[in-house]
Design a protein around this ligand. Structure first.
Ligand code: FAD
Length: 441
């Protein structure tokens, strides 16, 4: 493999946690030359939502490297040791880690790795003579044998909604820092981002408090995350392997039923919101917060003074409310980045706009097998509920690097799964097989 800095074995587009994990693990393979490019000037992890009290929904041990290479220098624990705060951290007895702390760890790794380049927006990708050519506005082209697409998911703006300073996606909340004092604020979206924005609004007190807060959710309740050892079995290599074997319609049912294993409110956030509501109503006599579950947003249009948010309820009846500021906590969607337009119809897409993935996270494309394109965070349909989560990031990186190197650089010892997800029986009683059991170790 070549060591030339302009011609690399693997070029990564985007430096979020997922490509960063790839960069961190690749750092331990001297024979593989890599370069990772990020359009931001410095590392940032969802900075618009990095509230000081927001907590990681995953264990910090599921960091960039530990699940597959605990001896790597790029682990969360090594970060604590290098920064000289291991003992202080342990004494704090955190139940989990704040997103701010995890973000600091990610930034430390991003700055320390020599393969990362910031202020480097990839504008185009062409394929020529066995290489991908990455084009930038203000730096020389980079040539790579393989690509890793780590550009993340993009904010979902409901159809027809025009965004601006008074109506914007939650991903920009802390960047915009809307003036809410004495104003009517509506938050649309009943997931964790919506909850964190609502909590932040509830924390504004005295003269900085909003005049009112309305929280609208399509979900029929403010559902919390399903947690615990049994639920966590979905976030294991064993389940991932089983999911990959399922027929399409079974995968679709599984994804729908697992929604709140990955996409619910952190119970601590939900409890904190509830306590605020209780205090306001019963101890302070204030009725300025209203929760509206089961409402489907129809449109938002400029009103007489402010904006009119129109929704329909479970019985199909329309309702409207006036707001000065609307925060769209309406989630994210998968998308192929626009810089791949040069590869055009050579890439296969899923119906939701994600890059279609085959084995080993390879994007399905009509180019040579020697020039793989790996899709990170593109596989919610193909790789299941775990794909957009941090839980399997290191595992996925190891699978990709093993595939790129053509050998098991990271021996991914399959743990014998505790749960027997699938059997091999047939559809009638005559073909029934004994239920699969655990093998005694
Ligand atoms: C607020 C929030 C909190 C979350 N918390 C958790 C959690 O606690 N636990 C968990 O398991 N999951 C969590 N997730 C889900 C998931 O882990 C994160 O979304 C994670 O950031 C995904 O990483 P990524 O690398 O795919 O993308 P991102 O973090 O979105 O990074 C993509 C990067 O690509 C860059 N980029 C895009 N296009 C280009 C280009 N053309 N050239 C150069 N750079 C480009 C972007 O600037 C960006 O920095 C959270 C998600 C959100 C939104």
């Amino acid at each position: 493999m070549r060591q030339d800095t302009e011609i690399v074995d693997l070029a990564g587009i985007g430096i979020g946690p997922f490509n960063l994990s790839l960069a961190a693990l690749a750092d331990g393979i001297p024979a593989v030359a890599t370069a990772f490019f990020e359009r931001r000037e410095t590392f940032a992890w969802h900075p618009g939502l990095c509230f000081p009290d927001a907590m990681l929904q995953t264990s910090p041990l599921k960091d960039l490297v530990t699940p597959v290479c605990p001896t790597s220098p790029w682990s969360f624990l090594n970060h604590l040791v290098e920064k000289g705060r291991f003992f202080d951290f342990m004494s704090a007895r955190f139940e989990t880690v704040s997103r701010q702390e995890f973000s600091t760890y990610l930034a430390w790794a991003a700055e320390g790795l020599s393969s990362t380049h910031f202020g480097a927006s990839v504008e185009s990708v062409r394929y020529e003579d066995g290489y991908f050519r990455l084009g930038f506005d203000d730096r020389p082209e980079c040539r790579a044998r393989a690509l890793a697409i780590g550009t993340g998911r993009v904010p979902m703006i409901p159809a027809g909604v025009v965004t601006g300073p008074a109506c914007f996606h939650a991903s920009r909340y802390l960047e915009i820092r809307p003036k809410v004092a004495g104003r009517r604020v509506a938050v649309v979206g009943g997931g964790q981002s919506g909850a964190e924005v609502v909590l932040n609004l509830l924390q504004q007190d005295g003269p900085s408090a909003p005049a009112s807060i309305d929280w609208i959710s399509r979900r029929d309740g403010f559902w919390t995350l399903q947690e615990g050892g049994l639920v966590d079995q979905f976030f294991t290599p064993g389940y991932l392997a089983a999911y990959r074997e399922m027929p399409l319609e079974v995968q679709a049912r599984a994804l729908a039923s697992q929604k709140f294993a990955s996409d619910g409110l952190t119970p601590a956030t939900a409890d904190e919101i509830y306590r605020h509501l209780y205090r306001r109503r019963h101890l302070e006599g204030r009725d300025d917060v209203c929760l509206h579950p089961g409402r489907n947003l129809l449109h938002i249009r400029p009103g007489g003074c402010g904006q009119t948010v129109v929704s329909s309820n479970a019985e199909g009846m329309r309702e409207a409310l006036e707001a000065d500021v609307v925060v769209l906590a309406t989630g994210y969607r998968a998308a192929a980045p626009s810089c791949l337009a040069g590869l055009g119809s050579r890439l296969a897409l899923e119906t939701d706009g994600a890059l279609a993935l085959g084995a080993n996270y390879r994007v399905v494309w009509d180019g040579p097998d020697d020039n793989p394109i790996y899709g990170l965070n593109q596989g919610r349909r193909t790789y299941g509920v775990i794909d957009p989560q941090l839980s399997m990031a290191a595992w996925r990186s190891a699978v990709i690097l093993n595939d790129l190197c053509g050998r098991a650089v990271f021996p991914l010892a399959e743990e014998d799964p505790l749960v027997r997800w699938r059997g091999d029986g047939e559809s009638d009683d005559a073909g029934a097989r004994p239920l699969p059991r655990l093998t005694a170790s």
